[in-house]
Design a protein around this ligand. Sequence first.
Ligand SMILES: [Zn+2]
Length: 135
Amino acid sequence: MKITEVRIFTRDNSDDKVKAYVSVTFEDAFVVRDLKILEGVNGLLVVMPSRRMHISCSECGYKNRYKSRFCNQCGKNIEKVSQQIPVSRKEEYRDIAHPINTEMRNYMQGAIIKAYEEHIKHSGNADKADMEEIS
Ligand SMILES: [Zn+2]
């Protein structure tokens, strides 16, 4: 499966760990959005789109934040419910779409980082050109 387009949406706030949001098109036919590029300890990191998991209250069905001890709506103690969730499913965030092998993961990371670096390079050049014009 080939990536046919990578779109980079950079963020203005350079202090933020999230450097850019990314959407990736496969085979000109399938788009995955909301991937993120993070500034990690060992350089840039591509993160798959994920959603925050919830705990449903057994009493009223309200979807509570993970690790909540009491239901936000009815006040029922839901600590027991959260303890019954298997450890393997306890992450607060779960990927919505992701590669299932290292080869695909590396291919995607490479393509996305390359697109990001090119995006940065081009926007850098654009700024320079503007400045030269003014002087
Ligand atoms: Zn409740």
